[in-house]
Design a protein around this ligand. Structure first.
Ligand code: CP
Length: 303
């Protein structure tokens, strides 16, 4: 297992089980015991795209473990990338300043490029529309925590399946599960990619595409996602996909009483706030789980 975290392809069931067990252990440790684990380590978070959850939950995780954080937000505007510095040179500098780097970049493959020239772990915090591996880890951890299992589940993935890196990474991670039925529900302009369907087929995961919420009413997990406005070439195309599949009270009424609804967040209008108080609405618990999963990841990489 490489020390870089670049793609969900790297994770197998043993890795997932160990990580989830470790996240459970860490979250229940007293704060004083958490703080002693990485007290000499430094984490750099370098984000060339906006973020609330990923950057802050990594930083919260590192702070809880007693480590220090160097943070560059808006790196596309505030770092020396604006002067033309290459990602390789930036990475070589970071290696001298920190013990691990968390990087988000709009260009697919950029964290991997950084990882090729340095020895400290590089963690992909989202590279364009390609991957968001630590999001998929916390998504599956949430499913495990909420439902007690990651196998034999009926999982519906909804929304922007063309540009959304979170649903792509989750779908790929589901290749590690057993007895799963995946149903994709996407507006016509942003369908799931053939590469995802082929990966599921290679791993024996059943999948189908639906065109209405009615077809996913038996889901155990509904994973809703935002239409990725920033990836569309024009506003008109975005508007055609926006608002296509919205989860509101009437949709919640069709779902099973023991289903859960997840969303990687941020949401715009694809989940109505009127359902936030439904016990099946797990998206804020999911976001909090990001801290525990990232604590476990950092502790394993740097401890
Ligand atoms: N889920 C997620 O990646 O959120 P942020 O863009 O706020 O980091």
């Amino acid at each position: 297992m490489t020390r870089h975290i670049l793609s969900v392809d790297q994770f197998d069931r043993t890795y997932l089980q160990n990580l989830f067990d470790h996240a459970d252990r860490l979250r229940h440790l007293p704060r004083s015991s958490q703080r002693s684990r990485l007290s000499t380590s430094i984490l750099a978070t370098v984000f060339y795209e906006p973020s609330t959850r990923t950057r802050l939950s990594f930083e919260s995780a590192m702070a809880r473990l007693g480590g220090s954080v160097l943070s560059v937000e808006n790196a596309n505007e505030s770092s020396s990338a604006t002067k033309g510095e290459s990602i390789e040179d930036t990475a070589r500098m970071l290696q001298g300043y920190a013990d691990a780097v968390v990087m988000r970049h709009p260009e697919p493959g950029t964290p991997e490029r950084a990882s090729r020239v340095i020895d400290i772990p590089v963690i992909n915090a989202g590279d364009g529309s390609r991957e968001h591996p630590t999001q998929a880890l916390l998504d599956l951890y949430t499913i495990s925590n909420e439902l007690g299992d990651i196998d034999n589940l009926n999982i519906a993935i909804v929304g922007d399946l063309k540009y959304g890196r979170a649903p792509r990474s989750l779908a790929l991670l589901l290749c590690q599960t057993r007895g799963t039925q995946v149903t994709f529900l996407a507006p016509p302009a942003v369908p799931v990619g053939d590469d995802i369907k082929q990966a599921l087929e290679r791993n024996g995961v059943r999948h189908r595409e639906a065109t209405s919420f009615e077809e996913i009413k038996d889901a155990d997990v509904v994973y809703q996602t935002r239409i990725q406005r920033e990836r569309f070439s024009d506003e008109e195309s975005y508007e055609r996909s926006r608002g296509y599949y919205v989860i509101d009270r009437s949709v919640m009424d069709t779902l099973k009483p023991n289903a859960i609804v997840l969303h990687p967040l941020p949401r715009v209008d694809e989940i109505s706030p009127e359902v936030d108080d439904d016990p099946r609405a797990a998206w804020f618990r999911q976001a909090e789980n990001g801290v525990y999963v990232r604590m476990a990841l950092l502790d394993q990489l740097l401890g």
